[in-house]
Design a protein around this ligand. Structure first.
Ligand code: PLP
Length: 485
């Protein structure tokens, strides 16, 4: 035992000893750690000291807790520290986005650009033949459908398939309450229209998905950004305070793999959130678009599964997990379900029926679960590779998220580096990244970038990631020289 482990509180001495064993490889990735009771008895300490030591290791990302199984050495090494919890201001803001977001979206699909700007897996990661066959089958079987005007809330086959799918998220939905939409974004827009009017306040994660801010802006809603932890998601203590002190009309949240931080709320927090919105009689709009990509099964459970009062409106689509080109979304608006049906029928009406039937067919196929497992594994390898490239080539002091699934990385750059300047420098070399300022109604994330690593991935992509790191280092040096002058 060295000197360091003989000083400081007892729990820290134990934690540091275990940390050294993990870093040296004595305790290997995935290996089970002693239980609280075993650790307490081995070290002759109380159970609460053992718990403190394990918590410290968990916070240091060296170990992870698995429900009902105990603690294990983390699967992924903590190469860089994770971004800090966000601390947005306590006031709601009018959303006034500049052109940057739309520009990045346009560029992210431009041929010739090496893109980390988009948040969608590339076509090759899906079973394209399966999707094509499903669509062809429908067109052949229902010969009059392409020339029949669609009406109503969506084909019953698909509403049933969605209700069956939602059982996997822990939710019992009635097919009659499910509404098929053109996309997840339409589903969220409908929910907001049902429960807010211009000038109302909507609470959301900070940073949040750029598309949500665009919807808020178009509906003239105010954004109240809530402090968010990069791994555990929206702070419910902060949300609670906001609900008690501000006129929040709706909460919009992505509890699993939020975009861009990649955070996942703990199951107990999901339950607490459902109870909180009931107590405050506020609508919760839950976006479950990434739930199927969560590595840990318990993180796929929706907040809606804890809702017995209809306060949680659940929205999703399969554009990240099954067939981006089919694009359809769905929503069950809980106590507002009928209102959503009405708004949609006035606003846009029904979707293309052949696409609905093809999606129902795909959802009901036995191979869907295996395809998802494969997608998750491929994305996890990408994320690992990208994180270690960032650790190798980005300037010292960089922080990067360690999402429990998906394909989005949130990078905090050191020294107050201006991410818009980095975005421009990258673009000059045909590389596209998304500057952090897109993901907030405030200029708070100007030193961050979002990297989507689910898109096309050739040999030029790792090289481009290294180049982004080099450009960041150059900009940082230039800023230091300027400051010193
Ligand atoms: C959290 C979140 N919700 C919704 C969407 C958009 O989904 P859709 O394509 O179904 O509208 C995205 C796309 O990036 C997203 O990140």
């Amino acid at each position: 035992m060295d000197e360091a482990s003989n000083s400081g509180p007892l729990y820290l001495q134990i934690a540091e000893r275990l940390a050294r064993a993990i870093r040296a490889g004595t305790l290997k990735r995935g290996e089970r750690l002693p239980s609280v009771r075993e650790l307490a008895s081995q070290q002759s300490v109380s159970a609460s000291t053992a718990v403190q030591a394990l918590r410290w290791l968990e916070d240091a990302r060296l170990i992870e807790a698995r429900p009902r199984s105990g603690y294990f050495v983390a699967a992924r090494p903590a190469l860089l520290p994770e971004p800090q919890s966000s601390r947005p201001g306590a006031r709601s803001r009018v959303v006034q986005l500049d052109e940057l977001g739309q520009e990045v979206l346009r560029q992210s699909v431009e041929p010739g650009l090496i893109s980390f700007g988009a948040a969608c897996p590339e076509p090759d990661l899906f079973d394209q033949d399966r999707v094509r066959r499903a669509l062809t089958r429908v067109v052949q079987r229902h010969r009059d459908l392409l020339c029949t005007y669609p009406l109503g809330p969506g084909r019953e086959e698909l509403r049933r398939a969605v209700a069956r799918y939602a059982l996997g998220l822990g939710c019992e939905l009635q097919p009659d309450d499910v509404l098929i939409t053109s996309s997840c974004m339409e589903a969220i827009t409908l929910c907001l229209k049902a429960v807010t009017k211009p000038g109302d306040v909507v609470a959301l994660e900070s940073p949040t998905y750029f598309g949500f801010l665009e919807i808020l802006q178009s509906l003239h809603l105010r954004a109240l950004e809530i402090p968010t932890h990069p791994r555990h998601g929206m702070s419910l203590d902060a949300l609670q305070l906001a609900l008690e002190t501000q006129p929040v009309k709706a909460v919009l949240v992505v509890p699993t793999l939020s975009n861009p931080m990649g955070s996942c709320m703990a199951v107990a927090e999901r339950k607490r959130l459902a109870q909180m919105v009931l107590r405050h009689d506020v609508a919760l709009i839950e976006d479950v678009i990434y739930n199927d990509l969560a590595e840990q099964e318990d993180k796929r459970r929706a907040v809606r599964s804890f809702d017995s009062s209809g306060h949680v409106m659940i929205c999703g689509s399969f554009s990240k997990t099954m067939a981006p080109g089919l694009r359809l979304g769905w929503v069950d608006g809980g106590r507002w379900a009928q209102a959503l049906h009405k708004i949609q029928s006035v606003q846009s009406g029904a979707q293309t029926a052949v696409v609905e039937l093809a999606l129902a067919d795909l959802l009901n196929q036995a191979g869907a679960a295996a395809a998802l497992r494969q997608l998750r594994a491929t994305l996890a390898r990408r994320v690992d590779e990208a994180r270690s490239l960032i650790a190798d080539s980005f300037p010292k002091g960089t922080r990067v998220s360690d999402p429990g699934g998906g394909f989005i990385l949130w990078v905090e750059l050191p020294g107050g580096l201006d991410a818009v300047a980095l975005y421009e420098a990258c673009l000059a070399e045909n590389i596209c990244v998304a500057p952090g300022s897109m993901f907030s109604a405030s200029p708070r994330f100007r030193h961050c970038i979002r990297l989507g690593v689910g898109g096309r991935w050739g040999p030029e992509h790792p090289q481009a990631l290294r180049r982004i790191g080099a450009l960041a280092a150059q900009l940082l040096d230039a800023a230091l020289i300027k400051r010193a002058a």
